[in-house]
Design a protein around this ligand. Structure first.
Ligand code: TEU
Length: 554
C-alpha cells in the first residue's frame, strides 16, 4: 500500500446508506451508486460493516455464514461489481471481520448444540447446573455473559448478545477456519480489514468471578492476543494491507504493540477512551456533561504515547455505535455548522488515520426519537428495560436513549430533500432524522461554505501537507481545558491548529506572532485573520508557519 499515512477512510453502514431496490434497506448496489460521491469527497478506502448472512439480531455483527452475502444486501455478483467499480476510482474496500463470536445460527454452533464435541470446542462451553453460571461476568449488552443449554447441561460464553457465542481461539482449528475466511475475501479483491473487538479474543486459562467489575479485566488484551493476531496476519499475508483493530477498553501499552510495525500485527487501532468522557462513573447509561479536561488529557496521552513508541492511531469521533458528534461534543442548535467543522478539524489534523462515518461529513445530528418503538438496536432496547427495572421513569429512560443509543447514528443517510431523504423510495427500516430537508448531501455539495466542503478540504490538505500526514505532534496550552491546540511538524514545515472546544470566546495563542503565519483553514469568515485576537465559540483556525514569508507572496 502506497504511503498509507495520507489515506482517509470512510465508514459505511450499508443498511442505512442507500437503498437501490426500494425495499427500505440499504444495499451493496446502493454503495456502488454512490461511488462518484465518495470519489468527489476524496476518500481512499471504504470500510463496509458486515453484510454477510445473519439473523440481524445485532445488525450483521452476528454472522451466520462468513462466505455469503445476506440477500437483504444483494448478491456476490453485486459485491464483485462494487469492488470493480471502486477499484476504477482507486477506492479500496475494507471488510469487517467479526471473529470474536459467531451467531448461534452459524452451522458450527448448530452442530455444537446437536452434541458434536469437535464443534463444542469451537466455542467456550462449561459444564454446569442451571442458575449457577461459571462466573459472574456480565454481557456488554446487559445481563449474564453465560447462557445455559439444558440439553447439553452446559453454559456457553457470550460477551455480547446471547445469540453471539464467543469463539474459542485456543483451538487451532478455529484459527485456521478464520484464516480461510480472510483468504477468501482477499482473493475477491478486498484491500483491507477491520477486526471487530479483536482484543477480546484471548480468554484466560482459568475462569474466575470478578468482584470489582463485569469480567473485562480477565479477557481484555488477553494472555495470547498478540500471538494470535501475529499468526493471523502472517498466515494470511495481510501485513501490507490496511488493517485496523477495534480495541475495547484497551491500554496504550497494548496499542503500541498492536500497531508498531516491528511487531507485524496491525496498521492501526481504535480505542474508545475519549468517547467515555460524558459517562458518569464510567457508566454509559448515566449522563454527565462532557468533561473537557479529561478529553484533552486523553488526546494528549494517546497522541504522545503512541508517537513516542511508533504506534499509530485511528482517529475518529463517530461510528455506528456512537451518537452523532455534533450533537454530543458540539452544539447542534446554535453553532451547528461551526462546531461540526471545528470537531472535524480537531480530529483530522491529529497524528493518525482519520475515519469519517457516513453522515458525519454533512453534520447529521441525533434524531431525538420520542418513542421507544422507534428504537431497533438490541443494546438500546435491553438497557431501556434495565433502566426501567432500576426505577427510572419511561421519560427518563427515553431521555438517556436519546443521548446514548447506538441508533443515533443509524438513521438513513440524508442525500437530498426528497421523501425519505433520497435514501429510498419506500419507508426505510429505521425512522429518519427530521431535519433532512436542511441537512443533506445535495444541498451541501452546492454550498462552498458547507460542512461537507470543509471535510473535502481537510482530506485534500492531508494529501498536500506532509506535516499533517507524517509530522510529529506536540500540544500547546496543555492546561487550558477549552482549547485543543497543537503543532504538527515535518522537516521545515510547521502547522498550528487551534480548536475552541467551548461555546465562549477564548484568548488566542500561537508560539510566534500571528504575522509569521498564513491561514490554511478556518470556520469563520474573517476579513483578515491577523486581526483575530480571540477564538470565537467553537472556532477552529489552522495556520502554516511561513519560513520565508517573501517566497510565499504570490
Ligand atoms: O462493538 C464493540 C463494543 O463493545 C462497543 O462499541 C459497543 O457497541 C458499545 O460499547 C456498547 O456500549 C463492536 C461493533 O462495533 C458493534 O456494533 C457490535 O455490536 C459489537 O462489536 C459486537 O460485535
Amino acid at each position: 500500500m502506497q504511503d498509507f499515512k495520507k489515506k482517509v477512510i470512510y465508514q459505511i453502514y450499508p443498511k442505512s446508506f442507500k437503498d437501490s431496490n426500494a425495499d427500505g434497506f440499504g444495499d451493496l448496489n446502493g454503495i456502488t451508486e454512490k461511488l462518484d460521491y465518495l470519489y468527489w469527497l476524496g476518500v481512499d478506502y471504504i470500510w463496509v460493516t458486515p453484510f454477510f448472512i445473519s439473523p440481524q439480531k445485532d445488525n450483521g455483527y452476528d454472522v451466520a455464514d462468513y462466505y455469503n452475502i445476506d440477500p437483504m444486501f444483494g448478491t456476490m455478483k453485486d459485491f464483485e461489481q462494487l469492488i470493480q467499480s471502486a477499484t476504477k476510482k482507486q477506492i479500496g474496500i475494507m471488510l469487517d471481520m467479526v471473529f470474536n463470536h459467531t451467531s448461534t445460527s452459524h452451522i458450527w454452533f448448530q452442530r455444537a448444540l446437536q452434541g458434536d464435541r469437535n464443534y463444542q470446542d469451537y466455542y467456550i462451553f462449561r459444564e454446569g447446573t442451571p442458575n449457577c453460571p461459571p462466573t459472574n461476568w456480565q454481557s456488554k449488552f446487559g445481563g449474564s455473559a453465560w447462557e445455559y443449554v439444558p440439553s447439553l447441561q452446559k453454559w456457553y460464553l457470550h460477551l455480547f448478545d446471547k445469540t453471539q457465542a464467543d469463539l474459542n481461539w485456543e483451538n487451532p482449528i478455529v484459527r485456521e477456519e478464520l484464516k480461510n475466511i480472510i483468504r477468501f475475501w482477499k482473493q475477491k479483491g478486498v484491500q483491507g480489514f477491520r477486526f471487530d473487538v479483536v482484543n477480546l479474543i484471548s480468554k484466560p486459562a482459568i475462569f474466575e468471578d470478578d468482584f470489582s467489575g463485569d469480567g473485562r479485566k480477565f479477557y481484555t488484551d488477553g494472555p495470547h492476543v498478540h500471538e494470535y493476531i501475529k499468526e493471523l496476519v502472517r498466515d494470511t499475508n495481510i501485513a501490507d494491507m490496511v488493517t485496523v483493530g477495534e480495541m475495547s477498553s484497551t491500554s496504550i501499552e497494548n496499542c503500541i504493540r498492536y500497531t508498531n510495525p516491528t511487531e507485524k500485527e496491525l496498521r492501526m487501532c481504535f480505542n474508545f477512551h475519549h468517547l467515555k468522557v460524558d459517562y458518569k462513573n464510567g457508566n454509559k447509561w448515566e449522563l454527565q456533561p462532557v468533561d473537557r479536561k479529561a478529553l484533552k488529557n486523553l488526546f494528549i496521552t494517546w497522541q504522545t504515547g503512541m508517537q513516542e513508541n511508533n504506534g499509530w492511531n485511528a482517529v475518529f469521533w463517530c461510528n455506528h455505535d456512537q451518537p452523532r458528534v455534533v450533537s454530543r461534543f458540539g452544539n447542534d442548535k446554535h453553532y451547528w455548522k461551526q462546531s461540526a467543522k471545528m470537531l472535524a478539524s480537531a480530529i483530522h489534523l491529529m497524528r493518525g488515520t482519520p475515519y469519517i462515518y457516513q453522515g458525519e461529513e454533512i453534520g447529521m445530528t441525533n434524531p431525538c426519537f420520542t418513542s421507544i418503538d422507534q428504537y431497533q438496536d438490541i443494546e438500546s432496547i435491553n438497557y431501556y428495560n434495565i433502566l426501567l427495572e432500576n426505577k427510572k421513569s419511561k421519560e427518563e429512560a427515553l431521555h438517556i436513549l436519546q443521548e446514548r443509543s447506538r441508533d443515533n447514528s443509524r438513521t438513513p443517510m440524508q442525500w437530498n430533500e426528497h421523501p425519505y431523504a433520497g435514501f429510498s423510495t419506500q419507508k426505510p427500516w429505521m425512522s429518519l432524522t427530521g431535519n433532512y430537508t436542511q441537512i443533506n448531501v445535495e444541498r451541501e455539495q452546492n454550498d462552498p461554505d458547507s460542512i461537507l466542503c470543509f471535510y473535502k478540504k481537510l482530506i485534500s490538505l492531508r494529501k498536500q501537507e506532509k506535516a499533517i500526514s507524517h509530522g510529529t505532534i506536540s500540544f500547546l496550552k496543555k492546561e487550558d481545558d477549552n482549547v485543543l491546540a497543537y503543532i504538527r511538524e515535518y522537516e521545515h514545515d510547521q502547522i498550528v491548529v487551534l480548536n475552541n472546544l467551548s461555546d465562549t470566546e477564548q484568548p488566542i495563542y500561537t508560539p510566534l506572532p500571528l504575522e509569521n503565519y498564513t491561514l490554511l483553514l478556518g470556520n469563520y469568515n474573517h476579513s483578515s485573520f491577523t486581526h483575530t485576537r480571540i477564538l470565537l465559540p467553537y472556532e477552529t483556525i489552522v495556520f502554516k508557519h511561513l519560513k520565508n514569508p517573501v517566497l510565499n507572496i504570490k
